[in-house]
Design a protein. Structure first.
Length: 690
């Protein structure tokens, strides 16, 4: 393997929204000389946040990519969004990283989203380092924050530095291993200083702890340490790297992104302790021909393979596809095979992404994150490979959606354009979903949160110049019956000439929930000729599309056709269909019709503090709590809640918990609406109809 691969670092920055990832990326790019000025998120001039929707919110909505050189290493930053609304992109792009920098906010502490991002890194088995940020801010607290990290995170964080000064006086750090102290000027330039006298004792103590922790990565080192031997800086550095790569511990450093303090040392740590693509070893895939496992080493001479982590949809420039090269080497143009779509794709220009810009790349080997434009069929999650050495890598699925809105065109006639443009946006963001609901005749746009869906509509307007309106969707209620009845449906018409005659008796009875519809032919003695029996069933099925209560589909009933009569001349399929539908309506009216509503299974994760509020709120939403569990310092509530009460949960939970609560949900079953509420719904629907 070439020397070059060892000099690549692909690092993702993860944390909850506002922890300072974009600011940190900005400082790294500036300190490495990649950019000429230090932008600020508030001023909308950072390298990583540039989409209008990001500038307006002063928050990242999509992962940004950039490179910098540091100590002869090529470092690719992936600045992920920390807002749960955009977490699907965070998780997808994280797959391209070899190591992760978890930014921990020294003021607000560790929010649930930081924990979730930590779990993503664990899912991909990625080595991590921690950057404790915002130490210059009022109410920042280094020890409290580190303690919190130790309580929450596994593998255990170990501290490599101590801060010099607090809040506005924060000005530098002491590196525990070397025992050196650094103070920073306004430009992020470090100056070596004496360790402040009042810190000497703390530095000594922490250093002892640290060496003990680091030595754990290496049995031989532990032994020598216990025998009282002094370990060299080189030995400690090697053990630090080994322990980080092996996910035995997570080294933590500290600083301030916006004051540009400690960033150079973090960049050193990234080079020293985070893996190169070569350290990650072989990646496992599947041979599409045999379904057997295959391995690909990050070898530039091996056949090309890579996987797509992100797609951008541009109405003019077309699609931009971001992928990570796993094996082999690509030239500036060429052809590769999409193993998921089983098709070849051509590209004319390999691109490197530097924030907003794309620059021509001269080639790409293992570990490179690059992009190409205008692929025809490739989407996020696909594997690209050499035609002669096919392989499919398993990529993560988009996160499941949590909230839906009915979508309508603002101007009549724009409907087609909205749907064609939206389907392009869906390529860019596979966690958005578009569904046509037959019960309500609505088109639903679903996403991870209200802000997610609203942002999609903003993008639709900006990128495709078409405006859509979002409405709370209608609940897809259904109807059913609760009693067994037997009725006659008779259709008889004598309008001169040929008449119409159909006569059937049916028994209608409830079926267990979820069983749908069952038809039983119990006719004996040919009282209704065989040819007319399917017509009766058809009449019932068609009529059941509009229930008798409020016109919702009627389900979960059994209709048994047991008797009837016919007329040799006037009977027809049509007449028996009408008879079937008359029988259905009559039966429903007599069989105690009831309204059904969809019930969702939900799992809510929240810090303990908000439990009371959340339980009270669930109660007011007619929720049934099924169980509670503790996960670390979070509580997990499992409940079932009617969809009708849960459609706006995403923003409500956000405001109830200050963004610290999270939930997931999926459809569970249909259940009867309590009668008082059902009455109101029926009244409302029938009023609107009138
Ligand atoms: N005082 C101080 N402010 C900081 C620091 N780092 C970030 N900030 C501020 O915190 C806010 C959020 O910073 P961002 O860099 O946008 O945070 P982020 O993690 O990228 O957030 P998302 O993109 O929403 O996930 C901005 O107003 C920054 O100026 C810091 O070290 N010190
Ligand atoms: Mg950001």
């Amino acid at each position: 393997m070439s020397e070059k691969i060892e000099r690549i670092r692909n690092l993702a920055l993860v944390a909850h929204s506002g922890a300072g990832k974009t600011s940190l990326a900005e400082a790294m790019l500036y300190d490495s000389g990649t950019t000429k000025r230090l932008g600020r998120v508030e001023d909308g001039n950072t390298a990583m946040d540039f989409e209008p929707e990001e500038l307006r919110r002063t928050s990242s909505i999509s992962s940004g990519f950039h490179q910098y050189e540091w100590k002869k290493h090529t470092n690719s930053i992936i600045d992920t969004p920390g807002d749960q609304n955009f977490f699907s992109d965070t998780r997808s792009c994280l797959q391209a990283a070899d190591g992760v920098v978890v930014v921990v906010d020294a003021v607000d502490g560790i929010k649930v989203q930081t924990e979730q991002a930590w779990d993503f890194a664990a899912e991909f088995n990625q080595p991590c380092v921690i950057f404790i940020n915002k130490l210059d801010r009022e109410r920042a607290d280094f020890s409290r924050t580190f303690q919190e990290a130790v309580e929450i995170f596994k593998p255990k964080p170990i501290i490599l530095q101590l801060p010099i000064g607090t809040e506005a006086e924060f000005r530098g750090v002491v590196d525990l291993i070397s025992g050196q102290a650094f103070e920073y000027d306004e430009n992020g330039k470090a100056k070596k200083i004496e360790v402040p006298a009042d810190m000497k004792e703390a530095v000594e103590n922490e250093k002892e702890n640290l060496i003990e922790n680091i030595a754990e990565a290496d049995d031989e080192l532990v032994e020598r340490y216990l025998e009282g031997e002094v370990l060299t800086e080189q030995e400690l550095a090697a053990a630090l790297r080994k322990g980080t790569l092996g996910r035995i511990f997570v080294p933590a450093v500290c600083g301030s992104a916006t004051r540009n303090i400690g960033i150079d040392l973090l960049m050193d740590l990234i080079v020293d302790a985070l893996p190169s693509p070569a350290d990650q070893g072989a990646k496992i895939g599947i041979d599409p021909a045999t379904g057997k496992e295959l391995e690909r080493l990050p070898d530039p001479e091996a056949p090309f393979s890579g996987f797509v982590v992100k797609t951008l949809a541009d109405p003019y420039a077309g699609r931009l596809t971001f992928f990570k090269v796993v094996s082999g080497t690509l030239g500036t143009d060429g052809t590769f095979y999409n193993a998921n779509k089983e098709t070849k794709e051509r590209f004319n220009q390999l691109l490197t992404i530097t924030g907003k810009e794309q620059k021509p790349a001269s080639g790409a080997g293992p570990g490179a994150i690059v992009a190409v434009a205008k692929l025809k069929e490739t989407v996020t999650g696909d594997t690209l490979c050499d035609d002669a050495a096919k392989i499919v890598y398993q990529c993560v699925d988009p996160l499941p959606s949590l909230i839906s809105f009915a979508i309508e065109a603002k101007s009549k006639g724009d409907e087609d354009k909205i749907f064609s443009s939206l389907s392009k946006l869906l390529e860019e963001d596979p966690s958005l979903k578009l569904d046509r609901i037959s019960e309500t005749k609505e088109i639903l746009l679903s996403g991870l949160g209200q802000i997610h869906v609203e942002t999609a509509i903003e993008k639709l307007k900006r990128k495709f110049n078409v405006e859509a309106l979002l409405k709370t969707p209608k609940v897809p209620y259904r109807e059913t019956i609760k009693k067994k009845v037997r009725v006659q449906g008779k259709h008889k018409k004598q309008t001169g000439g040929h008449g119409q005659y159909g006569d059937c008796w049916i028994q209608m009875e409830p079926l267990p929930r979820g069983q749908g519809f069952e038809f039983v032919d119990a006719i004996v003695g040919g009282v209704i000729p065989k040819t007319y029996i399917p017509a009766v069933e058809k009449g019932i099925v068609e009529a059941s599309q509009k229930g008798v209560l409020a016109g919702f589909t009627c389900v979960d009933f059994k209709a048994t056709l047991d008797y009837g009569s016919f007329h040799a001349v006037d009977s027809s399929e049509m007449a028996f269909k009408v008879a079937g539908s008359l029988a259905f309506k009559k039966a429903c009216e007599e069989a105690q019709p009831a309204l059904l509503e969809p019930i969702m299974s939900v799992t809510i994760t929240t810090p303990e503090d908000f439990m009371g509020d959340i339980m009270g709120d669930l109660n007011s939403r007619r929720g049934k709590v099924l169980g509670m569990d503790t996960a670390g310092r979070n509580q997990i509530i499992k409940a079932q809640v009617p969809l009708a009460e849960f459609q706006t949960y995403a923003p409500d939970l956000r405001s109830m918990t200050g963004g610290r609560g999270m939930y997931s949900m999926e459809f569970s079953h249909y259940d009867e609406v309590p009668s008082q509420i059902a009455e109101k719904i029926v009244e409302e629907v029938n009023k609107n109809k009138a």
